[in-house]
Design a protein around this ligand. Sequence first.
Ligand SMILES: [Zn+2]
Length: 71
Amino acid sequence: MVLKVVIVIIAAFLIYVFLFKKGREKEINKKDEMITDEMVECPTCKTYVSKKEAIVSNGKFYCSKECLLNK
Ligand SMILES: [Zn+2]
């Protein structure tokens, strides 16, 4: 019973994260260059990622470990 509740909460959280990420990507595409924030393009998958979330390697910002390894 408790396990079921935990699974539902995790599923809801994942859906929330997915939707939030998608919405944010759309927003970034719309505003594009207008964002002088700290958005950097991942050289591997061309996704924009904030410097706070990015993984830095040799002065380049990667969105994830996978992209860093597949560069
Ligand atoms: Zn990437």
